[in-house]
Design a protein around this ligand. Sequence first.
Ligand code: PLP
Length: 416
Amino acid sequence: MNQTLTDIDADLDADPTSEVAPHPRTRPALVAALSAPQGFGDQTLRSPRPDAIELLGGIPDPSVLPASELAEATTRVLSRPGSPALQYSRAEGLPQLREWIAAREGVAPERILITNGGFHGLSLAVQAVVERGDLVAVDNPVFPLFLRGLQLSAARTLPIPVGPQGLDVARLAEELRGGARPSALYTVPDFHNPAQSVLPEAERRELVRLAERYGFVVIADNPYRELRFSGEQVTTAPFYESDHVIEVGTFTKTLGPGLRLGWVVLPERFRDDVIALRSRADGHSSTLVQAIVAELVTGDPGLFDRVLNRARALYRDRATVLANALESAAPGAFDIEDPEGGLFLWPRLRDERIDPERLAEDASATGVEYQRGSFFPSGPGTDADRHLRLSYGDNDADRLREAAARLGRAIAAQPR
Ligand SMILES: Cc1ncc(COP(=O)(O)O)c(C=O)c1O
């Protein structure tokens, strides 16, 4: 006779010697091992003034995101008979969207896999190429969220300096000749976050040559590339020609971070692995969001470029306003490289007597918040801590001028 659950409970209650060992509900080791990544410091704990101007994140301005165009595309997509956009779809993404991205990037559509944004693409790339405990070479200073993701692989990191010409590929070569054997290298080749530099073509080629020679995979994280507003685009061809590079793209900075939509350009040899990873996690990116974006960019073929041009013009103006306002509010206080794209200035404090940590606190007290260069984990050999990362993406010209004026007052008050 089958015992019911009630019978079993009754048996257990009747027998005081029977001990049920419950599952030892501890935090899984992977979760317990997570710690605040180096570099975040206590800055995130400070409470800003209610009237603070925040020059913090790489946030696109709402005025240049195509909200009404997305609304129209959504209506068209959902009016299709049978609403296919509400159904499951394939792990690698909708064919129309993959084809459009592939044509824009100049690669075969089979190499595109759609993701839930850039961070997701980075996480898939790491899972596909980094073994637990591996050495991973990283930008120095580095985008901290990459390190946060890397924690899950318990990887060790090898910081490689990033200067005004991007990643120091010669230094990487030295490390490799000295015996370092990373399984991957992470870099932001265009409008580096935070250092804003762009890796020249010759260095891209040399980086790929090193990857092929020493057997590591370059994870090229490229969220800002489309936001170039002056100068010449540097080719990505060396990356796409190599089967040692995974390029990570996203619509976050161009169409909006809330879409959570991006892609990876995969060498063929990683495709099946990444699809296999995907089918063990979220299955695929939202069919609806993919269909809406595919409709947006293919329904009117010139639209994406018009959206980009609107954004580039706005960010070019804002970058100029902020750079000029800083120079007049704090004459000679900073070395400022005029950016050719992206969403940030990365000015360097000239006067060595100014303590950047103290300045950040005083600036906060005068009502302006920004990321200190030391927020970006940096080993020895860089002067990142002498820099400020100032975002001009989502503040209009008046607020940028006011932010510069407040920063100027904080600088004037520094002990020297
Ligand atoms: C360098 C870098 N990589 C990746 C991302 C993440 O992009 P997404 O919002 O698409 O996940 C960002 C966003 O700020 C970034 O600056």
